[in-house]
Design a binder for this molecule. Structure first.
Ligand code: BYC
Length: 469
């Protein structure tokens, strides 16, 4: 068991005090981080006390505490899950060998790239969500937004620790650049597409935390399998925090759907927009957008990058050890989605190159579970939400450059242009949703377009003062 140093400038369980150079380097990065947080983090409420969860340990018997804290004083720490004794590489060409505690020279630049891509998404999401605090539908939701934000910032710390500790000078430079790229910046954008899209309203926020944070879950779960043990242990602990972010999304959409159903039943109409709600048609269009953007985050269906990561032991599959195959994948094939001018189908490819598609399918199955839950809420009004076809609105992989309808038909450019407003958010949708985004700040009160949550945070009542105003 590594001791937790909770009172250090940077709380940690990696014995930072024993490595003075590293400690100084990270303490040197900290003011730049705080400056970034002030400029790019939540636009308001920085001087208010917020009821937040803070990671303080990694053990079974409680890894966090809850209390009111001002966000700039949040105790962002570095925590790695407990090591697994005699852990072995579970997949790839080195399967069975001991995992690595240092970065092998031949994998240095590839691993650094993976850590940088992962690290880049964390501050990106905070930047995307910066202005949402002005329009939160309740204090409960406002607090949840900040919870997500401070923990994404802790995940940035997690990756910055790896960069500083294991990648020398290059790593330190990359850590600085994580604060210099910005979401949507035309000159220095974030690395992955979805992280340069705005999150302009709370409907988008819930969909982002449902769909895009769920990509985070699947990517982190793949990196948790890594032969590079510090990365594995870091991702393992990040996944604990990530679960709540996806809950915020799943429950948030569920509450929107519930309110929509109430309004439909009360007024006997599908058109709840004029009544201050969000119609199922609008919801579906927003869902289509966020799901398709998130599918792009898995990369192309066939990828030599993914094959190389796997063969080298850098990035595995979800729950690698529960899979019943040889974990090397040199001789298997897998059918992946494919499209030609006339036809959408599947095509067999070497399993090693199909890892992005396999992970994406696991992700799609997981996404479907939430949709099923929302549809149970919708059942009384006889409507349903659906995940669009994997080829719909895609910019990465085989479907990029093709026009595919949500039900999986190939379209001409004209057909696409004509039908687009029925499938993706229109200006009218956006204006309607925007008009609903009026802040509600009395404890326990809720905006009219969303139902209250089933319970408060950490056994607190719903009318608790989650944010001291
Ligand atoms: N946008 O070989 P391919 C999270 C690039 S979210 C732009 O198919 P590969 C979070 C790709 O980099 C999880 N570029 O891709 C959520 C490659 O470029 P290079 C984040 C893209 O490498 C919410 C080229 O296209 N973590 O944690 O197999 C809030 C060829 O692509 C995109 C990770 O992603 C795109 N969408 O897979 C907060 C894990 N897709 O190298 C946080 C680490 C592909 O040829 N990253 N490209 O110049 C990875 O594992 C991989 O980099 C990817 C791509 C899965 C992203």
């Amino acid at each position: 068991m590594t001791k937790v140093d909770i009172d250090a400038v940077i709380p940690n369980n990696v014995d930072l005090a024993a490595d003075r150079r590293l400690q100084r380097a990270l303490e040197g990065w900290r003011p730049r981080f705080l400056e970034w947080w002030r400029q790019r983090g939540p636009a308001e409420f920085q001087d208010r006390d917020i009821y937040l969860r803070t990671a303080i340990d990694v053990g079974q018997e409680g890894w966090s505490n809850f209390g009111h804290v001002k966000m700039p004083d949040y105790r962002w720490g570095i925590f790695l899950a407990e090591p697994t004794p005699d852990r072995r590489i579970a997949f790839g060409d080195n399967r069975g060998a001991p995992v690595w505690q240092e970065v092998p020279g031949e994998h240095r630049s590839t691993l650094r790239r993976l850590v940088v891509v992962q690290g880049d998404t964390e501050p990106a999401s905070v930047e995307q969500q910066r202005d949402l605090c002005a329009t939160a539908p309740s204090l409960y939701d406002l607090r949840n937004l900040f919870q997500v934000n401070v923990e994404e910032a802790r995940h940035l710390w997690a990756m910055v620790y790896l960069l500083h500790r294991y990648f020398g000078r290059d790593g330190r430079d990359e850590a600085d650049e994580l604060l210099q790229r910005h979401s949507g910046d035309p000159d220095r954008p974030r690395i992955l597409g979805a992280f340069n899209q705005p999150t302009p309203d709370w409907l988008s926020f819930y969909l982002f935390t449902y769909f895009t944070d769920r990509d985070g879950k699947f990517q982190l779960a793949s990196l948790r399998e890594s032969a590079f043990d510090p990365l594995s242990r870091t991702c393992d602990f990040m996944l604990k925090e990530e679960a709540y972010h996806m809950f915020v999304g799943a429950a948030g959409i569920g509450r929107v759907v519930l309110r929509t159903v109430e309004l439909m039943q009360e007024h006997d109409t599908d058109e709840v927009g004029p009544l201050g709600g969000i119609s199922v048609a609008t919801l579906q269009r927003y869902l289509n957008l966020h799901y398709s953007l998130s599918l792009d985050l898995f990369g192309a269906e066939t990828s030599t990058n993914a094959a190389n990561y796997f063969a080298a032991g850098l990035k595995g599959r979800l729950q690698e050890e529960r899979r019943e195959d040889d974990h090397r994948l040199h001789h298997q094939t897998v059918a992946v989605p494919d499209i030609s001018e006339e036809d959408i189908g599947r095509r067999p490819v070497p399993a090693l190159t199909a890892l992005n598609a396999v992970l994406r399918q696991d992700y799609a199955d997981d996404c479907q579970k939430g949709v099923d839950r929302w549809n149970r809420i919708l059942a009384p009004v006889g409507l349903t939400l659906r995940l669009p076809h994997v080829g719909f609105n895609r910019a990465v992989g085989v479907f990029a450059g093709h026009r595919v309808s949500p039900d999986g038909r190939i379209l001409t450019e004209e057909q696409w242009a004509a039908a687009r407003p029925t499938w993706l958010p229109t200006e009218e949708d956006e204006a309607g949703v925007r008009s609903l985004m009026q802040p509600v700040r009395q404890p326990g009160r809720m905006a009219a377009w969303i139902a209250p949550p089933a319970s408060g945070v950490h056994n607190q009542p719903l009318d608790f003062e989650y944010v001291h105003l």
